[in-house]
Write a protein that binds this ligand. Structure first.
Ligand SMILES: CCCCCCCCCCC/C=C/C(=O)SCCNC(=O)CCNC(=O)[C@H](O)C(C)(C)COP(=O)(O)OP(=O)(O)OC[C@H]1O[C@@H](n2cnc3c(N)ncnc32)[C@H](O)[C@@H]1OP(=O)(O)O
Ligand SMILES: Cc1cc2nc3c(=O)[nH]c(=O)nc-3n(C[C@H](O)[C@H](O)[C@H](O)COP(=O)(O)OP(=O)(O)OC[C@H]3O[C@@H](n4cnc5c(N)ncnc54)[C@H](O)[C@@H]3O)c2cc1C
Length: 639
């Protein structure tokens, strides 16, 4: 079959209103319209072409990124795009660049930690891109006193940085503080005196994150004007006297709470993109299994393919909704902070850290699984999956290594449990700990597979598992005379308890989403199927936890798996429509395997001939290396 829509028969099977699902996925009709318009604008502009990225040398790649960033900025000005539209445009350009750190961390750091006066001075310059900034926290070795190493945008482009460094006044060390530092001349871009700055070198994958100039920075007797210390949290007077505002010191790390929240939302984008590619290709690809001379089986009909693919599809939706909720939580905590209410900051920190860890780990693994789900073709750059993986996988490390972040969540959980004794009632995502006595001894009453479809049953099983794992850790910790020693010794168990807690959050937010009014024929029902797949897949994967804590019986674990298989069958006819609801353009997907019309094979064949190796029939190097070898073999054969 040439041309046409090769997936039309799949699209006809959908049992729900895809257009309505697109609105749910986008978050609102307005968000959908903005995304739709801007993604098409980018896709239709040849200046944003990206299919040649894996072929470019680092220098060509980087210059190309600078060209795109400058062109994107020109379009933003010409079209008078709003902040929301401009950020969508950068998103759909789909190329990591210094601008990510400028808009995503430099500006938020000044907004969050600068005084009113500092904001008035620096923000207009940054908003007009008259200065370009980055966020310099991480160091080459540990200790806030060697070289900065890793900051994106630092290596070649940033004129300024928010630098985190120890503040010492009168010989007293006040800990890490943020400072705005000018790095390069605004006239000729040369580093200012005392500053050594450069790129740290090639990173994993061709193209991928190599469009970013992650950098190294050293200072030698560099003077930072006093008023360039970010002074919302603490101040140094003209006389050198140090003082602190009446706000928690942790606000110094506020930018990380903001960015981790955006990383969770971004996880759903990266995972849904990989899932869209793997789902469409799984419907196109046929292998064996034909009966009575009929067409061969679409690989999406194999139960093994479904049991690997559909939990990822469900996870993409789950991360979307938890990301939406996390955005709300962040907005809420920000409003409270402005009113000097700091009570929800620890929870916001724990949620952003834990969910960043969980969603990025699952997304990185999920992209790789999608590559395998596409068989050999998934390994071709034209599948879009190798580059997506290489760009995405550092999310498990940046903004805090995922294990380190889970340990932060574990500390928060242990603290929450320890405060129960003093009568402090936990709220928000730890409210369930308030029923710890019930959760320690409750019995799951699932008797048949369909009982696993009841939200209350699922929630109680996840709450009981999480509470029991945290309580076990707390009990074991209490056996140590030195709490820090205990924490280090039990860190493996603590990480598992933190994972259980974060999975509970994601499951419960998906269930809460389903309690909202969701318009559109069959939309809520499909989301219900996905929610149950997500929860029961986790239960199946972590059944060791659920069984060892006595939350469920082996028979109930068996029934959960039986129900899961039934749910896969329900998801199957809707699979293509569920990925169409992401509304991705072929440009954004950047994948022949995932193209909307499913016309995969002619496109793969055509693309192969565009590879530079196929520019000539006989390759460069043949005369030099191959021809003499062949001649040598001939001579040897004659002997
Ligand atoms: C439009 C948006 C587009 C966005 C695009 C963005 C693209 C992203 C590209 C990638 C950029 C990457 C940037 C980076 O990686 S920046 C560097 C980030 N580094 C880290 O995340 C390091 C991880 N380590 C930590 O977070 C540590 O906690 C920290 C170094 C911050 C402090 O360590 P320290 O040992 O001094 O302190 P503790 O960890 O023991 O914590 C002490 C107490 O403070 C609480 N805490 C910690 N962090 C926070 C926070 N962020 N907010 C609130 N509170 C925090 C912690 O819970 C402890 O509390 P208790 O004393 O009550 O236990
Ligand atoms: C692509 C990319 C972009 C980045 N961009 C920026 C940026 O713009 N600005 C910036 O400042 N930084 C940036 N970073 C740096 C990033 O924030 C750090 O790499 C990250 O926080 C992890 O720190 P680390 O590299 O020192 O890892 P380490 O802390 O050295 O981790 C190494 C191993 O030790 C383990 N480990 C470390 N501490 C503990 C502990 N306490 N308990 C148990 N295990 C532990 C970790 O789990 C990990 O397995 C970027 C990094 C990358 C990869």
């Amino acid at each position: 079959m040439e041309g046409g829509d090769h997936l039309a028969h799949e699209r006809k099977k959908a049992q729900f209103d895809v257009e309505a699902m697109k609105i749910v996925w986008a978050g609102s009709r307005h968000a959908f319209e903005v995304s739709d318009r801007i993604s098409k604008l980018v896709a239709s502009d040849p200046a944003f072409r990206k299919d040649n990225r894996p072929m470019l040398s680092r220098k060509e790649l980087f210059k190309n990124t600078l060209r795109k960033a400058a062109y994107a900025w020109k379009r933003i000005i010409e079209l008078r795009l709003s902040e929301e539209e401009a950020s969508k445009l950068r998103f759909y350009v789909d190329e990591p660049a210094f601008t990510d750190l400028h808009w995503g961390m430099f500006l938020p750091a000044i907004k969050g930690q600068g005084t009113e006066e500092q904001q008035q001075k620096w923000l207009p310059l940054a908003y007009k891109m008259q200065i370009i900034g980055c966020y310099a926290q991480t160091e080459l070795g540990h200790g806030s006193n060697s070289s900065k190493w890793w900051p994106g945008g630092l290596g070649k482009i940033s004129t300024h940085a928010v630098v985190y460094a120890r503040l010492i006044t009168d010989g007293q060390d006040h800990g890490v503080h943020g400072f705005i530092v000018q790095l390069r001349s605004l006239d000729d871009h040369s580093p200012l005196p005392g500053i050594t700055v450069g790129d740290i070198g090639m990173k994993f994958g061709n193209g991928a994150y190599n469009t970013m100039d992650n950098g190294v920075l050293r200072f030698d007797h560099v003077r930072i004007p006093r008023d360039q210390m970010l002074m919302k949290v603490s101040q140094v007077s003209r006389e050198g006297k140090y003082s602190q505002s009446n706000v928690p010191r942790q606000l110094v790390y506020g930018t990380m709470v903001f960015v981790r929240q955006t990383i969770v939302a971004d996880a759903s984008c990266a995972l849904s993109r990989a899932v869209c590619i793997a789902t469409r290709y799984s419907a196109v690809r046929r292998q064996f299994g034909s009966q009575n001379g009929g067409p061969e089986t679409q690989v999406i009909d194999y139960k093994t393919q479904q049991s690997r693919l559909f939990p990822l599809l469900a996870s993409a939706y789950a991360f979307r909704f938890v990301g939406e909720w996390l955005k709300w939580l962040y907005t809420d905590v920000t409003q409270r902070l402005q009113a000097n209410d700091f009570s929800t900051l620890p929870e916001a920190h724990a949620c952003t850290a834990g969910l960043k860890s969980l969603t990025t780990a699952a997304t990185a693994d999920g992209i790789e699984e999608c590559r395998k789900l596409c068989g050999g073709h998934g390994y071709l750059c034209s599948s879009g999956l190798p580059e997506l993986f290489a760009v995405y996988v550092p999310a498990c490390t940046y903004e805090g290594d995922n294990t380190v972040l889970l340990l932060q969540v574990a500390r928060f959980l242990v603290k929450t449990l320890s405060q129960l004794g003093s009568g402090k009632q936990p709220v928000g995502t730890t409210a369930y700990m308030g029923q710890v006595e019930h959760l320690m001894q409750c019995h799951c009453n699932v008797q048949k597979a369909e009982d696993w479809l009841k939200p209350a049953v699922i929630l109680e099983a996840f709450e009981a598992r999480s509470a029991r794992m945290s309580v076990a850790c707390a009990k074991n910790l209490s056996k140590f005379t030195n709490p820090e020693e205990g924490f280090a010794e039990l860190s493996g168990d603590l990480v598992e308890a933190a994972i259980a807690h974060c999975q509970l959050i994601i499951v419960s937010k998906f269930i809460e989403k389903l309690q909202q009014d969701i318009p559109g024929k069959g939309v809520k029902q499909q989301l219900g199927v996905l929610c149950n797949i997500y929860a029961l897949f986790l239960l199946h994967k972590h059944q060791g936890d659920f069984l060892s804590t006595g939350c469920i019986t082996p028979k109930q674990a068996y029934l959960a798996n039986e129900q899961l298989r039934a749910l896969y069958s329900q998801a199957r006819p809707n699979a293509i429509a569920l990925v169409d609801a992401f509304n991705y353009t072929d440009h954004y997907l950047g994948s022949i395997l995932g193209c909307y019309d499913g016309n995969v094979y002619p496109k793969l064949y055509e693309a192969a001939w565009k590879d530079p190796l196929n520019d000539s029939v006989v390759p460069d190097g043949y005369r030099e290396y191959i021809w003499p070898m062949l001649k040598q073999q001939l001579r040897t054969a004659r002997l």
